[in-house]
Design a protein around this ligand. Structure first.
Ligand code: C5P
Length: 317
C-alpha cells in the first residue's frame, strides 16, 4: 500500500425503530428512527492521485457505480471544497472494499461516503471537526451522519439529526440478504401509496401522524435484555418493502420459526434482520435460513459498534 494511503472502516446499520411521518415539502419524510451500527463493514482506502477515480470490489461491486455518481466520490469533492483545497491537490483514488450489500436497507452507500469523508480529512490533514463532517455528511445523504457516529442513536428530521441513545449490552443479529435490491425512493413512495389507499378505504384522507419515539423500545434497550427488545422492533416501511418483495414474508416467518427474538426488514429493505439470544443463536438462525432457502445469503453481526474510523496501518483486514 502506498505510504500516503489512508483506510477507514465504516459500519452498516439496522433501524430498531423506523417511524415514518408525512412527506415534507422537500420530498423527504419526517421520521423518528433508532439507528444501530452493526459489525458488517466496508473499508475505503484513499490515495493521492493525479485525477480522481474509484474502484469498487467485493459484495455487489458490479451494481455500484464506479464514477462521480458514487456517494464516496461526492464525499471527496465535498470535503475538498469545504477544506478549500485547490483542484490539483484534491485528486484521490478511492478504493472501496464492500461487505455491505448495495440497495439493501443497510446504508452501505452512506457508510462509504462517511468513510471517505474521514479518510480524506486525514489524508489532507484538513482538520474538520466531527460536527463539521456530520454537517457535510447530512448534505450527502440522510444516513451519513449516523455512519460517522456509529453506536445506537435516535435520528430525527429526515434521519440526520442525531442524539445518542442510552443502551446496555450487545445485540446479536442474523441478516438475510435478498437476491434483488430495493430503491429507497420507491419504498417511500409505496409507503405513501399504501397509506393513501388505506385512508381512502376508511373514508378519511388524513395525513400520516407525526412520528414518535417508542418509549417501550428505549426502556428495553436501556435494560440490555434482548428478549425485551425483540418484540419492540418496528419499521413503518416494512409493509411497503413486503408489497414490493412479497417473498420477504417467508424469510421473516422462517426466522421467527427458528427462534428469533425479533424479526424485521431493515430500513427500506430488503435485508431482514433477526435478533438472536447469543452469537451462537445468531449462527443457528443464519444456518437455518440458508437451509430453508429463503434468502440469497446470510451474515452474522453484532452491535452496537463505532462509526467510521481510521484503520491503523498493519491491522488485519
Ligand atoms: O437521504 P437519502 O439520499 O439517503 O434518501 C434517499 C431517498 O429516500 C430520498 O430521495 C427520498 O426519496 C427517500 N427518503 C425520504 N425521507 C427520508 C429519507 C429518505 O423520503 N427521511
Amino acid at each position: 500500500m502506498p505510504a500516503a494511503a489512508v483506510t477507514v472502516r465504516a459500519p452498516a446499520k439496522v433501524n430498531l425503530q423506523l417511524a415514518v411521518g408525512p412527506a415534507r415539502p422537500d420530498g423527504f419524510h419526517s421520521l423518528v428512527t433508532v439507528y444501530h451500527a452493526v459489525s458488517l463493514f466496508d473499508d475505503v482506502t484513499v490515495v493521492p492521485a493525479t485525477r480522481t477515480s474509484i474502484k469498487v470490489r467485493g459484495e455487489d461491486a458490479a451494481t455500484v457505480p464506479a464514477d462521480h455518481t458514487n456517494l464516496a466520490w461526492q464525499a471527496a469533492l465535498a470535503l475538498a471544497a469545504s477544506a478549500g483545497l485547490p483542484d490539483r491537490d484534491a485528486a484521490v483514488h478511492i478504493d472501496i472494499r464492500k461487505r455491505i450489500p448495495a440497495a439493501a436497507g443497510l446504508a452501505g452507500g452512506s457508510a462509504d461516503a462517511a468513510a471517505t469523508l474521514v479518510a480524506c480529512n486525514e489524508l489532507w490533514q484538513a482538520g474538520l471537526t466531527p460536527a463539521e463532517l456530520a454537517e457535510l455528511g447530512a448534505r450527502l445523504g440522510s444516513d451519513v451522519p449516523f455512519a460517522l457516529a456509529g453506536g445506537t442513536a435516535v435520528g430525527r428530521g429526515r434521519g440526520e439529526e442525531l442524539t445518542t441513545a442510552l443502551v446496555s449490552g450487545s445485540y446479536h443479529w442474523a441478516l438475510a440478504f435478498s437476491a434483488t435490491g430495493l430503491s429507497t425512493p420507491q419504498v417511500y413512495a409505496t409507503c405513501d401509496r399504501l397509506r393513501a389507499a388505506r385512508a381512502a378505504d376508511t373514508g378519511g384522507a388524513s395525513p400520516a401522524a407525526e412520528p414518535e419515539l417508542s418509549a417501550a423500545l428505549m426502556t428495553a434497550l436501556r435494560s440490555g435484555d434482548a428478549t425485551a427488545v425483540g418484540p419492540r422492533l418496528s419499521n413503518d416501511l416494512q409493509p411497503a418493502a413486503l408489497s414490493l418483495q412479497p417473498d420477504l414474508r417467508r424469510t421473516l416467518a422462517a426466522g421467527r420459526e427458528f427462534g428469533a427474538l425479533g424479526a424485521l426488514v431493515s430500513g427500506s429493505g430488503p435485508t431482514c434482520a433477526f435478533l438472536a439470544k447469543s452469537p451462537a443463536h445468531a449462527r443457528e438462525i443464519a444456518v437455518s435460513l440458508t437451509g430453508a432457502g429463503v434468502c440469497r445469503a446470510v451474515a452474522r453481526a453484532s452491535g452496537p459498534v463505532p462509526g467510521a474510523a481510521v484503520v491503523p496501518r498493519g491491522a488485519p483486514s
